[in-house]
Write a protein that binds this ligand. Structure first.
Ligand code: PGA
Ligand code: ZN
Length: 403
């Protein structure tokens, strides 16, 4: 079975910004993948190609589409079911270290629509094809539901994501409980901050302005109490976004790394924290090291630090800086490298959390990926806004498929 055609179009993502949608064809099957985009990106992520012209504030992706057109003849005729060979071809056609020639957005669009086409032509759900191909053990991830947004995803709070994580991985039940929690939170927030607090940020979480992290966590704790403590809590600090001149500008105070670490330990003691992602800036390695050397009760997760790169993941896992790693295919660019990072995490005994981006499409690839590899967690925002709901709904669909 061969690729018979490839087409790319410029579509809009959930922020209303342009992105690439790749359609790939075999004789009688099609696959479509819409590429997501981050706002709080790590410096070492593979390079996203944008036009930089007047259209869409420089964010158009016509250049990336032209690049794809220019290699189309080399892609048509390639055999299916040879992901590594296909990804190697993309990497060699690009020829740069950071995928800046074709663009990581072009490459990830091609690589993942190839995976999807392989699954479709075998008439298999995507998760099944991935599990068979990479000999992984499917299992439902725990849901990291981001119900309050800050950082680069909403005005207001400095911490980017306040997440609730059901203690079990029962799909219908945990999704229902998350929704119940969300409705209670909405009522509480509008009582305290007025009805404007019901507005949501990029990932569908509420975005109260004038609120503090402590206020949010107090609310989380009291709602959780009223629900038999069904949840644990997790944060994504995305701390690079409030790191300025070697200081953390946090809730209007300038903190050094030690003070920020003390604050995390206080949050952990007072509220219980399952995990904290990017607690320090990606350049502040000393702080990560100091945290690793100190007793802490939460899992430390790398995202901007590790950028789904298998070498960085293995290195920081071995140096004991991280207990888990965020998996975002578009940070590295290909399915093969994404799977290498998941493998590196497993070999080094750290957890994987598959994740969406703040700018999403309705593609549900990551839901299948997280289930296929039996990831520890999946981050797909709040269960509102179509692009996030699509991922929750896909997990529900998988739970029916396996019955
Ligand atoms: P991003 O945010 O997609 O804007 O990078 C998500 C995250 O930091 O986990
Ligand atoms: Zn993150």
């Amino acid at each position: 079975m061969k690729i018979t055609d490839v087409k790319a179009t410029e579509i809009l993502d959930s922020r209303g910004e342009p992105t690439i949608e790749v359609a790939m064809y075999s004789d009688d099957m099609t696959s479509v993948f819409g590429v997501p985009a981050g706002a709080s990106t790590g410096k070492k992520e593979a390079h996203e190609l944008r036009d930089g012209t007047d259209r869409y504030n420089g964010k158009g992706v016509q250049k990336a589409i032209e690049k794809l057109e220019s290699i189309r003849s080399k892609l048509v005729g390639q055999e299916l079911y040879e992901q590594e060979k296909f990804d190697d071809l993309l990497i060699s056609l690009d020829g740069t270290e950071d995928k800046s020639s074709l663009g990581a957005n072009t490459i990830v669009g091609l690589s993942l629509s190839y995976t999807l086409l392989c699954a479709n032509t075998k008439d298999q759900p995507l998760w099944r094809y991935i599990a068979d191909t990479y000999s992984t053990s499917p299992n439902f991830p725990r849901l990291y539901a981001n119900l309050v947004n800050g950082g680069k995803h909403a005005p207001g709070l400095d911490i980017q994501e306040f997440m609730i994580v059901p203690k079990n991985n029962n799909m219908p039940e945990s999704i229902e409980k998350i929704s119940e929690f969300r409705i209670k939170l909405k009522d509480e927030l509008s009582k305290i901050f007025g009805s404007g607090a019901e507005l949501v940020g990029d990932e569908g979480g509420f975005a109260p302005t004038g609120a503090t992290a402590k206020q949010m966590l107090d609310l989380y704790k009291s709602i959780n109490n009223s629900m038999d403590n069904y949840f644990e809590f997790a944060l994504d600090s995305a701390a690079s976004s409030f790191y300025k001149d070697d200081k953390y500008v946090y809730e209007k105070n300038e903190l050094n790394a030690k003070q920020l670490m003390d604050l995390y330990n206080r949050y952990s003691n007072d509220y219980g924290m399952l995990s904290i992602e990017d607690p320090f800036a990606e350049d502040d390695i000393e702080a990560w090291q100091a945290l690793s050397d100190t007793d802490h009760k939460f899992l430390v997760i790398g995202d901007d630090l590790t950028v789904t790169n298998y070498r960085l993941t293995a290195q920081y896992a071995q140096e004991k800086l991280i207990d888990g790693v965020i998996i975002k295919p578009n940070q590295i660019g290909t399915m093969t490298e994404t799977m290498q990072t998941i493998k590196a995490a497993g070999e080094n005994n750290i957890k994987t959390i598959v994740s969406h981006r703040s700018g999403e499409t309705t593609s549900t690839f990551i839901s299948d990926l997280a289930y296929a590899v039996g990831a520890f967690g999946i981050k797909i925002g709040a269960p509102v806004r179509g692009e996030r709901v699509a991922k929750y709904d896909r997990l529900l669909e998988i739970s029916k498929e396996i019955r």
